[in-house]
Ligand binder design. Structure first.
Ligand code: 5RP
Length: 221
């Protein structure tokens, strides 16, 4: 199976987690795009969606799925999103597409985070994928120096602005032995909006697509 076929497989599997008549949280990226396309097939059975990026919101609307502002929604039973890396503890690196801040906010509201990935994303330790850090533009150099002190090599993402008007530093070479601790440390740097570690609010369920089919792993299970 190709990587796209594996993504298709987990995108369809995620439909089983969607709660009828609810507002679904929708992340971003190529795997989530396939989930949105699958969601269109059951759009009559959901109230609508909250999107973690402008691109996902546009795609949902093109399918005729109602998109709600997060502030107008009381609860999101399920949030479906991809990841750039994920471990057996369901800690993740996210933000390859630059939507990490809104993804983290919607994930924080959601009762259940369902992560959909192909097997290439499953890693023993996080950090081979450069860690995205969203920064307020005036803090770019300050945060860059702090990341260097932590042992990383920050690289400014060229010609890129987040949906919030900020910059992304992609930090290579960090040793991420304790993801929740590093997530908190980076969040404490002045000028950091969010970092791409999703460890303090990890996924609850992982749907991992491989040649053997979809493996479901639950947090703590
Ligand atoms: C975007 C993300 C995506 O979930 C992550 O980059 C995975 O994307 P894809 O499904 O295209 O591999 O965090 O900010």
């Amino acid at each position: 199976m190709t990587q796209d076929e594996l993504k298709q497989l987990v995108a369809r599997e995620a439909l089983k987690h969607v709660v009828e008549d609810s507002v679904v949280g929708v992340g971003s990226g190529s795997t989530v795009n396939l989930f949105i396309d699958a969601l269109a097939g059951i759009k009559g059975r959901i109230e609508g969606a909250v999107a973690a990026s402008e691109a996902s919101a546009e795609r949902l609307k093109r399918h005729g799925i109602r998109v709600f502002e997060l502030n107008s929604v009381d609860e999101i039973p399920v949030y479906v999103d991809g990841a750039d890396e994920i471990t057996e503890h369901l800690h993740m690196i996210k933000g390859g597409g630059g939507a990490l801040t809104r993804e983290k906010i919607v994930a924080a509201v959601a009762q259940k985070f369902v992560c959909i990935c192909d097997a290439s994303k499953f890693v023993p330790v996080l950090g081979r994928f450069p860690l995205p850090v969203e920064v307020i533009p005036m803090a770019r150099s300050y945060v860059g120096r702090a990341l260097l002190r932590l042992g990383g090599q920050p690289v400014l993402r060229e010609d890129f602005k987040t949906d919030n008007g900020n910059l992304i530093l992609d930090c290579h070479g960090l040793s991420i032995a304790d993801p929740p601790a590093l997530e908190a440390e980076l969040n404490n740097l002045a000028g950091v909006v969010t970092n791409g570690l999703f460890a303090r609010r990890s996924a609850d369920v992982l749907l991992l697509g491989s040649e053997q089919g979809v493996r479901t792993q639950k947090r703590g299970g």
